[in-house]
Design a protein around this ligand. Structure first.
Ligand code: NAP
Length: 521
């Protein structure tokens, strides 16, 4: 069986023993092993900071952009092979695996373009020069410079390709070397991607490290110039934030955690309209794509009381079309969860939802998966619950079942009430609403905005071209307040800010001007 290695100090390092056995979640068979035991993090971080940092800082933004472009192209060239790995180790259907891999390729390409537009310079000015007195002799300006540490990128298991590359794209373009650690149970895909990049020889020395196994004592070695970009559960996020060394050194931490995202149906929307179709499409996609294992998936479906039955009818039809089973088997459109532990966790959390909400569609005790007659796979069938009311079902706003489960919450049709229910989730990554009424939309945007990282307005005018709200675009920020982690990633150039230091530089205006606007790089 393949033993996945770590890539540190520009060479592959085998961890001691076996920490984790990686499975094919569709049948429970072991497919690889991983271990990071025995890694010398102090040496790995030092090499990244010194060698990788110096190499990247010597490059212009446009050069770093070309590096990202080469990474994107290399991954794309291996797309078919990578899809197979996603299907094998992450339980992805072909479509789910493409979503992850194309997300990585597209995000790298988008940041390659950001690098190109930032130009053949290493200077990154933030705003205009500001006069400090009556004349322009004494001026100040804000400058952004790469932090001189290592960017430690810790990812969740659900997007091994995309998750790794969205963080790496921003850090590398900002001029910071990275050490990436994927969620171990699905790390085969991330491992192969790193192998491809290494085989191609496109990464500058020291710029890319990879840990394939548990974090171990990784955080004991951080220094104040390092950055930790984390995606995963709120509980691990809390552990990382409160790590004694992280606190002592004042290390920057960005947390992307879970969120009870909601989709709101406006009171103006009737069944058999384009807007209603879009709403149903989005709820169906988020329940079934990646078997509901998306941080941005719709967990709460907020609908006017009278629309509960029309929605149930449509969802029964749409979900009936989505066949659950072994990825690659005839007709299968939804795969298993990422593994038996993830299935057990989802089932356990489901109990608290079932204590306050009843099944509307699906049976929590029944699962039939094509190609898995003996029930060896980590399959979970889509389940839609109905809460009697928002207040009567507090768990619906607190517990994330990381799988194909959503709860319908009825409301009175007013924007104020919909926003209040949405806010019961105490901070979300994304909220979508579906309405052709501009006043309703305006009120929702105003009231929901402080509680959400992203708002998506679905309407008949956008229906034909609207991506699902769960899709994260590199041009827009990703992250959210409160339980969503209070972090922010991506958003074009904004995504580089976390990996850079803003400094105010004051001095003789014309000299500063010459230094920062005329000097090449
Ligand atoms: P997790 O258990 O919190 O693990 C996330 C990552 O943290 C993994 O790489 C894990 O390594 C690592 N880790 C665990 N303990 C650590 C420690 N003490 N120090 C440093 N790293 C540590 O989350 P998960 O189960 O992989 O992912 C599912 C969760 O992620 C869901 O709640 C989902 O909502 C959330 N998520 C959020 C986003 C977002 O963008 N906001 C995106 C995707 C997923 P091991 O794998 O080796 O344990």
């Amino acid at each position: 069986m393949q033993k996945l290695k770590n890539y540190l100090c520009d060479r592959w390092v085998e961890g001691e023993g076996v920490q984790t056995v990686l499975l094919n979640p569709a049948n429970g068979e072991a497919v690889a092993q991983a271990s990071s035991a025995g890694i010398d993090y102090a040496a790995a971080f030092a090499h990244a900071r010194e060698t990788g940092g110096a190499k990247l800082r010597a490059m212009t933004f446009a050069e770093r952009g070309r590096l990202l472009k080469a990474m994107s192209a290399a991954i794309h060239e291996h797309r078919e092979e990578l899809i197979e790995i996603g299907m094998l180790n992450a339980g992805n259907t072909r479509g789910d695996a493409k979503f992850d891999i194309d997300g990585a390729v597209g995000t790298l390409a988008a940041y390659a373009y950001v690098g190109k537009t930032m130009g053949e310079t290493r200077n990154w000015l933030d705003g205009e020069a500001i006069d400090m007195g009556q004349s322009s002799r004494m001026q100040g300006r804000h400058l952004r410079v790469p932090r001189r540490g290592v960017a430690i990128l810790i990812n969740a298991y659900n997007f091994p390709a995309w998750g790794m590359m969205e963080k790496a794209a921003c850090a590398l373009l900002a001029g910071m070397p990275v050490i990436s650690k994927p969620g171990t149970i699905t790390a085969m895909l991330a491992h192969r991607i790193v192998e491809i990049l290494v085989e191609r020889g496109i990464m500058p020395a020291g710029s890319f490290g990879f840990v394939c196994g548990s974090a171990g004592d990784m955080l004991d070695h951080v220094e104040f110039q390092d950055c930790i970009a984390f995606t995963g559960s709120a509980s691990t996020g809390k552990l990382i934030r409160s790590h004694p060394r992280v606190l002592e050194k004042g290390v920057r931490v960005n947390v992307e955690a879970d969120s009870l995202n909601c989709a709101i149906l406006g009171p103006d929307v009737e069944p058999d309209t384009e807007t209603f179709d879009l709403f149903v499409r989005d709820v169906t996609t988020d329940l079934t794509q990646k078997a509901g294992q998306k941080c941005t998936a719709i967990r709460r479906v907020i609908v006017p009381e009278a629309m509960v039955e029309p929605l149930r009818e449509r969802l029964v039809t749409e979900l009936g079309r989505v066949k659950l089973g072994v990825p690659g088997a005839e007709g299968v459109r939804m795969g298993p969860l990422a593994g038996p532990a993830q299935l057990a966790d989802a089932r356990e959390k489901l109990k608290s939802l079932l204590a306050v909400a009843r099944p509307l569609i699906g049976d929590p005790d029944r699962v039939e998966a094509i190609g898995d007659p003996e029930g060896k796979g980590a399959f979970m069938a889509p389940l839609v619950l109905l809460a009697p009311s928002a207040e009567a079902a507090p768990a619906v706003h607190e517990v994330e079942v990381f799988g194909p489960v959503a709860t319908v919450v009825p409301y009175d049709g007013s924007a104020a009430r919909a926003a209040a229910i949405s806010a019961m989730g105490e901070g979300g990554l994304v909220a979508s609403f579906y309405s052709d009424d501009r006043d309703f939309a305006a009120e929702l945007i105003e009231t929901m905005a402080p509680n959400q990282g992203r708002l998506v307005w679905g309407s008949k005018r956008s229906a034909a071209s609207a991506p699902t709200p769960g899709t994260v675009f590199p041009q827009f920020i990703h992250g959210g307040p409160g339980r969503a982690g209070c972090g922010e990633e991506l958003g074009g150039e904004r995504g580089l800010e976390f990996f850079s230091q803003r400094v105010a530089v004051q001095g003789f205006g014309p000299m500063l001007d010459r230094l920062f606007t005329t000097r090449e790089g």
